[in-house]
Design a protein around this ligand. Structure first.
Ligand SMILES: N[C@@H](CCC(=O)N[C@@H](CS)C(=O)NCC(=O)O)C(=O)O
Length: 202
């Protein structure tokens, strides 16, 4: 498997997932600041020109949540996804899709001081609703699905962590405590070390 990565990108999250799984892969650094992601070769792999990308044989997977979900299913023995068809699987999908579909666009607009003029038609609604949903879905203890840490924590917890690092949210005590548990994980510490150091937050 090839993982197209840069330590100052969302690929830090998929790197964390790969470390949680402890599986062999080739890490290919793409200098997107220098424009390497605009090359014909890279656009041939991901027309969005974005990181991260996972290439597994002839299969290309893009989008943080899709990569994490794909990896969790590829290595079921690592127990980073609940069983297909289980009750937990439904909650798992919610966490995975909420991050990219709802939290990210809402936060991206909010960091620019913008709000969608029609929250009822914007898929992500508005910030008060997004923050209320984050609060409701953040676990009081342990992980998103209970005692079992899963890819839902990598995706949802990873995004909350980014949000705190970049001061996008004023985290509630419950969210701050969940993110603190995330930050204790050895794989998180390995994957986020360079990123936090560059930002001067280590
Ligand atoms: N929705 C994508 C977002 C990926 C993304 O925006 N990646 C940024 C780095 S964090 C990127 O590659 N930017 C380069 C560009 O768009 O030119 C995902 O979840 O993977």
């Amino acid at each position: 498997m090839k993982h197209y990565y840069n330590p100052m990108s969302r690929a830090v999250t998929t790197d964390w997932m790969l470390r949680e799984l402890d599986v062999q892969h080739e890490q290919i650094i793409v200098d997107f600041i220098g424009g390497e992601n605009s090359s014909a070769e890279f656009r041939g792999i991901n027309p969005m020109g974005k990181l991260p990308v996972l290439v597994d044989g002839g299969t290309v997977v893009t989008e943080v949540a899709a990569i994490c979900a794909y990896l969790a299913d590829k290595f079921p023995e690592k127990r980073l996804a609940p069983e297909i068809g289980s009750v937990d699987r439904a909650a798992y999908y919610r966490y995975l899709f909420l991050a990219g579909n709802t939290i990210e666009p809402a936060f991206s607009l909010a960091t620019l001081g913008l709000e969608h003029p029609e929250p009822a038609s914007a898929g992500w609604g508005d910030m008060p609703r997004v923050l209320a949903t984050i609060e409701a879905m953040t676990p009081e203890t342990a992980w998103a699905l209970g005692e079992q840490f899963t890819a839902a924590d990598v995706v949802f917890g990873g995004l909350l962590d980014f949000s705190m690092v970049f001061n996008w949210i004023d985290a509630s005590p419950k969210v701050a405590a969940y993110v603190a548990r995330i930050r204790q994980r050895p794989s998180y510490r390995e994957s986020h070390g360079a990123f936090l150091e560059i930002l001067g937050k280590k």
